[in-house]
Design a protein around this ligand. Sequence first.
Ligand SMILES: [Zn+2]
Length: 102
Amino acid sequence: MFHTQVAAVVQDAMVDYLTKKGYYPATPRFENIVAEGQKIVLKGLKHKVMVVVTLGNRGPYCEYDKSLDCDHIKFVKVMPHVKAQKKRLSHNTHRPKPSKRS
Ligand SMILES: [Zn+2]
């Protein structure tokens, strides 16, 4: 669990760095159509395909590529929407469980 979080932080930092350096595709090749709950639907600008990316506890998962690490995932990960959700998720992890009052 701890190592997973570190990896995610490192990956985010790398994406930010590469974006600033211009190595990362800053121009989206996908159009974000729907972002509802745990599901983001991307429309490919080139190939006119619909790509569904689901957001789970292990991170975004591309149902189109059946992959955790494709271009769609990279695109989704830099969306502010997803970054905000990741913060919420990690915050919830650290929140103590509510004590039962009988
Ligand atoms: Zn994909």
